[in-house]
Design a binder for this molecule. Structure first.
Ligand code: NAD
Length: 331
């Protein structure tokens, strides 16, 4: 690939999305197509993940789909050449699963990321890699809001391994001059997520419960404050970062908007029409009282600003699942 000068648009670009059948990867694939990119999705449809073929049902004819595992070096090496941009969304994405099956998490999130880096180094060193990290890599907070330079003490295996994956990317950027962009996401919600399991994002899970008329469980008093980002904003931020951010320094991506879990549960109940009580589960830990992300650098560095208000995002998500609930449940 020829060296890219910034900013670059996506029109005509060849984009490779690992984990493109999953929640964020499939939304990204839709947006990249809208922007005129040629999209390849690389995914093994891991049954323990949020991946779902229905997520690309409406664009199936417009993308190239490679059913491959991120840990399969030969397969990756055959498919990474010729792409300008690589969004690395494939991951073992569940915090609880990572504690139950830590070695699988290492395998996918650490070894898989190294496989991708090696394939790029050897067969497509000019492609820009966008690594999707998580704000939970920071873990224990020493100050708020959590900025992009906060020290990291992850508290679960998934977050520790995502942090290791991020460090591998930064090492390859420095050692081999690979163009790498590292983005750390806060909680994301919206269409095309796995809403049936508590093992993935809690916001989509709450929406799933509300739509099924099932009790929404809130830990403690539900006064914990969280930042929550609608997936359309998340995807827009990733695209802007890919187009404009030519620097490996990690950047937090999300919205500054905060809400308590109890208010969020009430909002979701209202939009899904759930009329039962919200269940306060006082046997479970409260979680950190407040996790606020400082996302100002995303605006400074590549002009990102979340645009979709929380309530509108919830309304749009509920509408999408009302229309697609049966199909989206198929795996
Ligand atoms: N959803 C969030 O709130 C959130 C927050 C922070 C960071 N992230 C990061 O964003 C990325 C995407 O997350 P998501 O929410 O879309 O997850 P997801 O579980 O919906 O999608 C992950 C995709 O990766 C695929 N995959 C898993 N193992 C694979 C393997 N071995 N080989 C190939 N493909 C494999 C799955 O089949 C699935 O399609 C991940 O890197 C995750 O760590 C997500």
């Amino acid at each position: 690939m020829a060296e890219q000068s910034f900013p670059v648009g996506l029109q005509g670009r060849r984009v490779f999305i690992t984990g493109g059948l999953g929640f964020i990867g499939s939304n990204l694939a839709h947006r990249c197509l809208e922007l005129g990119a040629r999209v390849t999705i690389y995914d093994c449809l891991d049954p323990r993940s949020g991946g779902n073929l229905f997520n690309i049902d409406d664009i199936r004819q417009d993308v190239e789909l490679v059913m491959g595992d991120i840990r399969d070096f030969d397969c990756l090496s055959r498919h990474v050449p010729g792409h300008d941009l690589v969004f690395h969304c494939a991951a073992y994405t569940s915090h609880p699963n990572s504690m139950r099956e830590p070695l699988i998490d290492v395998d996918v999130n650490c070894k898989g990321t190294l496989m991708l880096l090696e394939a790029l180094r050897r067969f497509n060193p000019g492609a820009r890699l966008i690594y999707l990290g998580t704000s939970t890599q920071v873990g224990r907070m020493y100050y708020r809001p959590i900025d992009d330079l906060h020290v990291e003490f992850p508290v679960d295996i998934y977050s520790a391994n995502k942090l290791a994956g991020e460090k591998y990317c930064l090492i390859y950027a420095r050692a081999y001059d690979l163009p790498v962009t590292v983005i750390r996401l806060g909680n994301v919600f919206g269409p095309r997520s796995n809403i049936r399991s508590p093992d993935f994002g809690f916001i989509n899970y709450f929406i799933g419960l509300g739509l099924q008329g099932k009790e929404i469980p809130v830990f403690g008093e539900g006064r914990q404050l969280r930042n929550i980002t609608y997936v359309e904003d998340c995807v827009e931020g990733l695209v802007l970062a890919a187009e404009r951010y030519d620097d490996p320094d990690p950047v937090n991506l999300g919205t500054g908007e905060e809400i308590t879990i109890r208010d969020l549960a009430a909002l979701i109940a209202r939009h899904t029409g759930y009329e039962g009580a919200i269940r306060w589960d006082r046997t479970k830990p409260n979680g950190q009282p407040r996790r606020r992300l400082d996302t100002s650098r995303a605006e400074e560095r590549f002009g990102f600003r979340a645009r979709v208000p929380l309530e509108e995002g919830i309304a749009r998500t509920v509408a999408w699942y009302r229309e697609h609930a049966q199909a989206a449940a198929r795996r």
